[in-house]
Design a protein around this ligand. Structure first.
Ligand code: FOL
Length: 262
């Protein structure tokens, strides 16, 4: 069934591909890195993005107030609530990752949160969010529970058919990344490579490094991962991604994008 949406994994990992410790991130204080995560996972793809606002018309002369308009006009748009977006991106996560997100940040705003749980009760015990299990259209909640990646993809495919869904990101943790990588829908990894060492007990199940890929290419030329050039990354992400070593909170990291050869 190739009508499933494609998947982009987004992850920050150490050189050893460490992603977590004791149910949370291995580091604290990488605020610009987290801001990148939020920005990228929220940004709609070009086909769903709202058109750029038209340049403001030249103001009419003060002595010549417009006639025939009521108190409320299109000019009030900035102060009236904006219409609901045509769609949003989805973030797929495992139940443990859901629980790791500070309560004040979950569900992650502006994105459809898809939580994978074989039995939601474990997550429900620790969450204040109603389950909203079978109602993906309920605009009052942006949480959806699925029993597996496959179940999640089925539900998301229905939304995508109705043009209500932008990109689909897999945001962890280890178990969910592994299940996603086993599927052909997983096309891309947005990797933040953390160059400082942190103790970790959870790992990203794929080692992405340019040397490794060269070695593996000799064994199996097909279905390999390649690192994309910066401008390819900018084009896909939709911004000029900061280049080179980023330094923050005593750590060093860089933003990378990898794609599956096919
Ligand atoms: N990918 C990358 N690049 N960095 C990460 O930290 C990361 N974290 C996860 C998955 N992929 C990642 C999973 N863990 C929040 C907290 C933990 C988390 C994911 C997200 C979170 O609170 N996000 C808020 C940001 C709030 C802020 O700006 O501090 C969000 O709105 O996305």
């Amino acid at each position: 069934t190739s009508s499933f949406p494609e998947l982009t994994l987004i992850v920050a990992a150490t050189q050893q591909m460490g992603i977590g410790l004791n149910g949370t991130l291995p580091w604290t204080g990488l605020r610009r890195e987290m801001a990148y995560f939020a920005r990228v996972t929220k940004r709609l793809p070009p086909h769903l993005a709202a058109p750029a606002p038209a340049p403001a018309p030249a103001p009419a002369p003060a002595s010549d107030p417009p006639t025939g308009t009521t108190g409320s006009s299109a000019g009030d748009a900035a102060s009236s609530p904006s219409p609901p977006p045509p769609g949003q991106n989805a973030v797929i996560m495992g139940r443990k990752t859901w629980e790791s997100i500070p309560e004040r940040f979950r569900p992650l705003p502006g994105r459809l949160n898809v939580v994978i749980s074989r039995s939601w009760t474990a997550a429900a015990a620790t969450t204040t969010t109603p389950t909203n299990n079978n109602n993906s259209n309920n605009s009052s909640s942006n949480v959806l529970v699925a029993s597996s990646i496959e179940d999640a993809l089925h539900r998301l495919a229905a939304l995508q058919e109705r043009r209500q869904l932008g990109r689909v990101f897999v945001i962890g943790g280890g178990e969910i990344y592994r299940a996603a990588l086993a599927r052909s829908e997983a096309r891309r990894v947005l990797l933040t490579r953390v160059r400082s060492e942190f103790a970790c007990d959870t790992f990203f199940p794929l080692r992405l490094s340019e040397e490794e890929e060269e070695k593996k290419k000799e064994e199996n030329p097909a279905s390999r991962w390649r690192r994309c050039a910066q401008d390819e990354m900018d084009a896909w992400v939709g911004e000029e991604v900061p280049r080179g070593a980023q330094k923050e909170a005593g750590a060093e990291y860089q933003f990378e994008m990898w794609e599956r050869a096919s």
